[in-house]
Design a protein. Structure first.
Length: 88
């Protein structure tokens, strides 16, 4: 569910509905999404709101944006409640 929500956010930010069909969990957020730096910041802020977490940009490692699955796992670590919800 989290992965699908992130893909939807990327598609909306890019205004490219085709991304809903082409992006997967193993897609690179930085390379395959086509987002520019400001769009990536906008995406991260949307993720914070959607998944009730706070990302410390001073400590953030860009490797967390390697793939959508990697970023989902990072967000789950910031908000352990999300892991509990996905197990239900």
């Amino acid at each position: 569910m989290m992965k699908e929500k992130m893909i939807q956010m990327i598609s909306e930010i890019k205004n490219e509905p085709a991304l809903l069909d082409t992006l997967t969990g193993s897609s690179s957020i930085l390379h395959e999404s086509g987002m520019e730096s400001l769009q990536i910041v906008h995406f991260i802020l949307q993720v914070e709101d959607a998944f009730d977490c706070e990302i410390n940009f001073d400590e953030f490692d860009m490797d967390n944006l390697g793939t959508i699955d990697t970023f989902c796992e990072y967000i789950r670590q910031l908000n352990p409640e999300l892991s509990k919800q996905s197990q239900r």
